[in-house]
Design a protein around this ligand. Structure first.
Ligand SMILES: *[C@@H]1O[C@H](CO)[C@@H](O)[C@H](O)[C@H]1NC(C)=O
Ligand SMILES: *[C@@H]1O[C@H](CO)[C@@H](O)[C@H](O)[C@H]1NC(C)=O
Ligand SMILES: *[C@@H]1O[C@H](CO)[C@@H](O)[C@H](O)[C@H]1NC(C)=O
Ligand SMILES: *[C@@H]1O[C@H](CO)[C@@H](O)[C@H](O)[C@H]1NC(C)=O
Ligand SMILES: *[C@@H]1O[C@H](CO)[C@@H](O)[C@H](O)[C@H]1NC(C)=O
Ligand SMILES: *[C@@H]1O[C@H](CO)[C@@H](O)[C@H](O)[C@H]1NC(C)=O
Ligand SMILES: *[C@@H]1O[C@H](CO)[C@@H](O)[C@H](O)[C@H]1NC(C)=O
Ligand SMILES: *[C@@H]1O[C@H](CO)[C@@H](O)[C@H](O)[C@H]1NC(C)=O
Ligand SMILES: *[C@@H]1O[C@H](CO)[C@@H](O)[C@H](O)[C@H]1NC(C)=O
Ligand SMILES: *[C@@H]1O[C@H](CO)[C@@H](O)[C@H](O)[C@H]1NC(C)=O
Ligand SMILES: *[C@@H]1O[C@H](CO)[C@@H](O)[C@H](O)[C@H]1NC(C)=O
Ligand SMILES: *[C@@H]1O[C@H](CO)[C@@H](O)[C@H](O)[C@H]1NC(C)=O
Length: 730
């Protein structure tokens, strides 16, 4: 062995032991509390585990059930327990003992958390689900759906202790007799006067045992709860691993935005940190502590100027690792015990507990290239890092990152080509066969039952093509040996840019629009005074005929527009290369007070069906619908970020610029029209006035239990309010 290779070996060992040390000690503990949606949420991450614990708030009087949820990103595992007062006439109060929420370990590499709960009275365990968070979600979101296959067993008990064990459906593939699992332990800590009374079920593991918690009268009693699993814990990204340090570099806006993020203790930064890991970004807690492609990439786009290279590459790598052989990108991963369940349902039980990756969405495939191009070509963090990144070998599949990106590029090109050849609606990209959903509005009603979503076809397809073109021109993709040149991508991108938005145009004559608006305020029980807020909203079309112009939410399968005004123009503003003045005018028109536009006094709604000639959509997309007349924080972030980006193409503003966007040279023609630029700025001011009223991260629609923290809602960390030149939470 030459001296050179022994040196290399020495370095290898040094490096290997260092990275090992990193994984175990360097994780600094993270812990915080958030009250949200009638629950107290406690978050914890240290060098043993990461977990979120929710407990029904003691002041939540809407129910007499006290629910405990513990969710861990490790295998997306956890437990859900309802505590019911033993005497139904009594109220049960359940509180977490301050400081008792800590990590814990058990034999066989089990790790998790424990917490002491103080009971005001006697209680019995109600529905209890141990193991897969997805099984817990099925119960909570699916009106009590349970699957016998996920039943736990009563493992051991006495009058101060009980262990409920969940053994995974499938064994670990290395050893047919070894199963992973999760456990819920209840125990009585020393000095607590509580007794646990357990009566086993009579029907094996089918009938749950009766488990009572008995507290002497005139005392309160403490029960220690622990939830552990031997799924592998993930290495979290601490705030200093995640956010760039404050420094003299960059614009004033960037420096303002970075203030306090990296050092820890900033609550928004801590929340983002809890959701991000070296192997992936997770989408939200408690329900979505796993990989979601779209959430990762939208959050990444908005946060990217603030993030370190390592963090950006964690998020990008997670997306690339999960691509399929065809080049489609993964929407959602299913891991842990629930993966077996999905595999069995898909008649693939031979796959055991192998992760299941879902490719049903049509937008996810289109977000990667724009993220790569922004990172490698526009941000200093990405400078000079492409070659090493592209050469990486994937760990979840065969091949290098370059191989996988190449497949995604070709997959997108093939999907986009037919429209460039013949730009008719039937060549747009529609939902996949048998799927009622395909973009971020992924509820059945979300697209107004449309088939061709607006964001995918007008914003994301051209963005993916332009990003590929730009990366090719810069030589970044030379190693991919693509059979196409940058001009091929430019040509089809411009066909999409030129022809796709027109297919979604909706114009409603002024008189008809007024009639619809009056009808809308009446059926929606709104005040007619809302219509008098701003009469300047009626845009004048080219032929001087008064009408309201906007873009349809989607097209039906026969090409008919779903005439719902919506917020998805934000995607074009953030991702688009050649946004026209006409397009911006429609955005300005949509940024009018609701119900003429989208802006309410508590934020921007994502859909407004007031002008739809199909009046049924007023009900379908109302205030209770998941993607109806409701506010989604990340949509406000996109819109605000997009307006900032478009305006930055006219003039650089050092005080508010956080992101770096290469301006097209020459600047867009509308920049020369000072009056028009003023109307864009006025719309921007209206948007900020609307969103500034509410706590951005906490807003979410009704209907489904909201997650206390949602990754893409933190996009506002990368935004500066142009009115105050400050960040939102400062
Ligand atoms: C975990 O972190 C704690 C401090 O937070 C430290 O005392 C302990 O040694 C670490 N354990 C391991 C296994 O690195
Ligand atoms: C309930 O308590 C939480 C703190 O645990 C608080 O944030 C919330 O505002 C309270 N809700 C009501 C309705 O008092
Ligand atoms: C077992 O599954 C059945 C059907 O879902 C459910 O009724 C029962 O409560 C479960 N038992 C346990 C111990 O989880
Ligand atoms: C109950 O079980 C626990 C756990 O095995 C044990 O530590 C404890 O000593 C037992 N208590 C009694 C009274 O046997
Ligand atoms: C996981 O832990 C359980 C005990 O809860 C143990 O029976 C099992 O063997 C462990 N599995 C592995 C792979 O270590
Ligand atoms: C709980 O039940 C036990 C046994 O039935 C009873 O002695 C005790 O008084 C009850 N505790 C409370 C707080 O009601
Ligand atoms: C600031 O920029 C310089 C030059 O690009 C770079 O060397 C330095 O690492 C940057 N500092 C920080 C804290 O990012
Ligand atoms: C996984 O478990 C299911 C249900 O017990 C079984 O049918 C299947 O064969 C198992 N798969 C593997 C790969 O062991
Ligand atoms: C990859 O996903 C796409 C989109 O769902 C699908 O059309 C294609 O068949 C998948 N490829 C493979 C090899 O499963
Ligand atoms: C990737 O794996 C191949 C072997 O399959 C190896 O030759 C190559 O050095 C690896 N590349 C990197 C960057 O680790
Ligand atoms: C990787 O390639 C090897 C050899 O061709 C094959 O056996 C293996 O199944 C592949 N792994 C994956 C995850 O595709
Ligand atoms: C009108 O809207 C409803 C609800 O979205 C939808 O089911 C129906 O197909 C639409 N009708 C037409 C003619 O588009």
């Amino acid at each position: 062995m030459s001296t050179y290779s022994s040196l290399k070996l020495l370095f290898f060992f040094l490096f290997a032991s260092l990275s090992c040390a990193y994984a175990q000690d360097v994780q600094s503990p993270l812990s915080f509390h958030l009250a949200s949606g009638g629950n107290d949420n406690y978050f914890l991450r240290d060098n043993i585990t990461a977990a979120q614990l929710l407990l029904t708030s003691s002041n939540n009087t809407s129910t007499n059930l006290r629910r405990l949820v513990i969710a861990l990103p490790a295998g997306n595992s956890g437990a859900l327990v309802y505590f019911i007062p033993l005497d139904s006439s009594e109220e049960l109060s359940l509180q977490l003992v301050s400081g008792s929420f800590i990590s814990t370990t058990r034999a066989f590499d089990n790790a998790g958390v424990q917490a002491d709960l103080s009971f005001s009275g006697n209680a019995t365990l109600g529905v209890t689900i141990i193991g897969a968070v997805r099984a817990m979600r099925d119960y909570v979101e699916g009106a009590g759906t349970m699957h016998e296959i996920f039943n736990y067993t009563l493992w051991s008990y006495n009058d101060t202790f009980v262990r409920l064990h969940r053994r995974w459906i499938n064994s670990t593939s290395e050893n047919q007799s070894v199963f992973k699992g999760a456990d819920l332990y209840l125990s009585v800590p020393p000095e607590s006067p509580v007794q646990i009374a357990v009566t086993p079920g009579t029907n094996g593991s089918y009938t749950p045992p009766v488990i009572d918690i008995l507290v002497p009268s005139n005392a309160s009693g403490i029960i220690r709860v622990a939830v552990v699993t031997n799924e592998t814990s993930l290495l979290g990204l601490d705030t200093e691993d995640l956010f760039l340090p404050e420094s003299g570099n960059g614009t004033q806006g960037l420096r303002t935005a970075l203030q306090g993020l990296a050092e820890g203790g900033n609550s928004a930064a801590d929340q983002v940190s809890f959701l991000t890991y070296a192997d992936k970004f997770t989408a939200g807690g408690w329900r979505f502590l796993t990989y979601f492609g779209r959430d990762s990439m939208i959050a990444l786009r908005l946060l990217m100027p603030l993030l370190t290279s390592e963090a950006i590459e964690s998020a990008l790598g997670a997306v690339i690792e999960r691509a399929n052989v065809t080049g489609a990108l993964c929407h959602e991963e299913t891991i842990g015990d629930y993966a077996s369940f999905i595999n069995i349902q898909n008649n693939q039980s031979q796959l055991g507990g192998q992760p299941f990756y879902d490719y049903k969405m049509i937008d996810t495939d289109l977000y990667l290239l724009p993220a790569l191009s922004h990172y490698f070509l526009e941000l200093p963090q990405g400078e000079g890092r492409a070659a090493e990144f592209l050469e990486r070998n994937a760990t979840l599949q065969n091949g290098t990152y370059a191989d996988i990106i190449r497949r995604n590029i070709l997959y997108n090109f093939e999907r986009a080509y037919p429209f460039s050849n013949k730009p008719t609606f039937s060549h747009l990209i529609g939902l996949r066969p048998g799927q009622p959903v395909g973009n971020w509005r992924d509820s059945n009603q979300g697209l107004g039952y449309g088939f061709y979503p607006f964001d995918v076809n007008t914003a994301l397809v051209p963005a993916a093509l332009r990003a590929t073109e730009t990366l090719l021109k810069a030589g970044i993709l030379d190693g991919l040996a693509l059979p196409l040149k940058s001009d091929d991508f430019a040509t089809i991108a411009s066909a999409w840019e030129m022809h796709a938005p027109g297919l979604f145009e909706v114009s409603v004559k002024e008189l008809v629009a007024e009639k619809y608006l009056k009808d809308f305020v009446r059926v929606s029980n709104l005040s007619e005074a809302l219509l008098n807020q701003d009469a300047s909203s009626i845009a004048r079309s080219n032929n001087n005929q008064a009408q309201v112009n906007f873009y349809a939410l989607s097209l039906m399968e026969d090409g008919t527009p779903v005439e719902v005004m919506n917020s998805d123009m934000g995607f074009n503003l953030v991702y688009g290369s050649h946004v026209s003045q006409d397009f911006l005018q429609r955005t300005i028109d949509a940024l009018q007070p609701y119900p003429r536009g989208l802006l309410t006094n508590i934020g921007m709604v994502i859909a407004n069906p007031a002008y739809d000639s199909n009046r049924t959509n007023i009900e379908v997309l109302d205030r209770t619908a998941y993607h109806g007349t409701v506010i989604w924080s990340f949509q406000q972030g996109l819109m605000a970020s997009g307006l900032a980006r478009q305006l930055s193409f006219c003039t650089a503003d050092n005080a508010t610029a956080v992101d770096i966007n290469t301006s097209s040279s020459p600047p867009p023609t509308w920049c020369k029209n000072a009056t028009f630029v003023q109307t864009v700025k006025a719309a921007q001011a209206r948007l900020w006035a609307s969103i500034n009223v509410a706590d951005l991260a906490s807003l979410s629609p009704d209907g489904v239990e909201a997650d206390a923290i949602q990754l893409w809602s933190f996009g506002f960390l990368g935004l500066i309010d142009p009115m105050s030149n400050k960040t939102i939470d400062s």
